[in-house]
Design a protein around this ligand. Structure first.
Ligand code: GAP
Length: 444
């Protein structure tokens, strides 16, 4: 994990938020490469979960949430973690993460045994709307994106004219005042979710739960996460939310242990019923064919953007050996991102920076490829070093413009370049004009 955290900072994937002021605990900023990686993940999720389906539409709900919404959903009263305080070092700890010695509870920070009783601690961030400070002006930063989907269910149904089963998808920020943020970005206080609420008839719930579990595992495979590091936990009844008839956790083997990436839960009609009761508004569905009116049930695949980005980074990290400038073998750090996820798809290198014709040709290739993918131009240092820098950030392809490209080694090679593959390190000679089709065909 140390190597991964250090690479993330060194190469600009993830930085600690407010670092120059000592950092803000549990909050992270994504650097240039992290932003590209995260965007690729979100775009691909949106592509397969919304755009490629007839039965899912999107929503972009507000972060600031009316307290009545979160009262009805149960978050105001029960979205809590049991917390204890250590009287010795003043640390605030989650009661379920205490160390134990000889049967006695112990502070994992200082080893102290003088701990308070466990108390519920609400995980929501509360804020004030407008100038007045009375209780009526309280609003919350949403703790999940799901609630705006339930609250807007009727509006979306009316405008989209969808028939059951159909889903509403959303990607966006969520906030939880985690007592102990930890494991890099894994448990943060500000994070993003990718959630789908898939509404259905009650009798379809269990089958759709199995369907979405399969779809979601396929998704992780398609973004390049190795199947052998993915695990499915069938959450036992006593650990499920009381309204859930079935929940699967999709877990990933992080370097710090096997942990949840996504929950796929059959939530029955609990959420819509809660909002019907609290708002007095009809959030039901009328089936034109059977002439029945009922409250739909829902299956919810709910994934974390940041956790998936972290899994992508952990899964991609690899070290092998490659020859240096003098042919001596050295350790190579290589991020084996699936080309679909890689922040930069292709790096473009003129063999020498001081040969105008090479540089001009390389700039031409850059302009040719730019409309098709994220490319990076690099003319600094020996070519081997430049390859290494790209391997370390997972760029799957490298194009080198050399003297053959300029036709100096025979007309047959004019306007051809070498295309290098990150993983095999093999190079093939290809025509420049073929690159805009060839590289995307290897990314898809
Ligand atoms: N709407 C259901 C829901 O929010 P959840 O299991 O609490 O369920 C869903 O959260 C996903 O959101 C988790 O599987 C995880 O990927 C992500 N997530 C939850 N809390 C997080 C945190 N503190 N930091 C980063 N990601 C988090």
């Amino acid at each position: 994990m140390e190597k991964i955290v250090s690479l993330c900072k060194r190469r600009g994937f993830i930085f600690q938020s407010s670092e120059i002021y000592g950092g803000l605990n549990g909050v992270w900023d994504y650097g240039p490469l992290g932003t590209e990686l995260k965007n690729n993940l979100k775009q691909y999720w949106w592509q397969v979960m919304v755009r490629e389906r007839d039965d899912v539409v999107g929503l972009d709900g507000a972060i600031l949430t009316h307290p009545a919404v979160l009262k009805a959903s149960g978050h105001v009263d029960t979205f809590t973690d049991p917390m204890v305080d250590c009287r010795t070092c003043k640390a605030r700890l989650r009661a379920d993460q205490l160390a134990e010695k000889n049967g006695a509870r112990q502070c994992p920070n200082c080893g102290g045994k003088d701990l308070t009783e466990a108390r519920p601690f609400n995980l929501m961030f509360q804020t004030q709307m407008g100038a007045s400070a009375d209780p009526a002006s309280i609003a919350y930063l949403r703790p999940e994106t799901a609630q705006s989907i339930f609250v807007q269910f009727k509006n979306v149904l009316d405008v989209s004219r969808k028939k059951l089963p159909f889903g509403i998808a959303q990607i966006g920020k969520a906030f939880r005042n985690e007592i102990n943020p930890r494991n890099f970005t894994f448990r943060s206080r500000e994070f993003e979710q990718m959630e789908l609420e898939y509404f259905c008839r009650p009798e379809q719930g269990m089958d759709l739960l199995a369907y979405w579990l399969k779809e979601r595992i396929r998704f992780y495979e398609e973004i390049g996460i190795s199947r052998k590091r993915l695990h499915v936990l069938d959450v036992p009844e006593k650990e499920r939310a009381f309204y859930s008839k079935g929940t699967f956790d999709i877990e990933y083997e992080f370097p710090f242990g096997r942990q949840e990436l996504e929950g796929v839960a059959y939530r029955t009609d609990y959420d819509l019923q809660q909002h019907i009761k609290a708002s007095g508004k009809p959030l039901d569905y009328f089936d034109e064919e059977t002439k029945e009116r009922f409250v739909p049930h829902v299956v919810e695949p709910s994934a974390g953007v940041d956790r998936t980005v972290l899994a992508l980074i952990c899964d991609a990290y690899d070290e092998d050996s490659a020859p240096d400038e003098k042919g001596k073998m050295e350790t190579r750090i290589v991020m084996r991102f699936h080309p679909r996820m890689a922040p930069i798809k292709c790096a473009i290198f003129p063999l020498l920076r001081n040969k105008e014709a090479l540089v001009a040709k390389a700039r031409e290739v850059q302009a040719l490829l730019r409309p098709h993918m994220n490319v990076f131009y690099d003319e600094g240092g020996a070519i081997g070093r430049r390859y290494r820098r790209q391997d370390e950030i997972g760029t799957p392809f490298g194009v080198t413009i050399d003297f053959e490209t300029l036709g100096e080694k025979g007309e047959g090679l004019r306007d051809t370049v070498t295309l290098r593959d990150r993983d095999s390190m093999k190079q093939e000679r290809v025509a420049i004009k073929d690159l805009p089709q060839l590289i995307p065909s290897k990314i898809r």
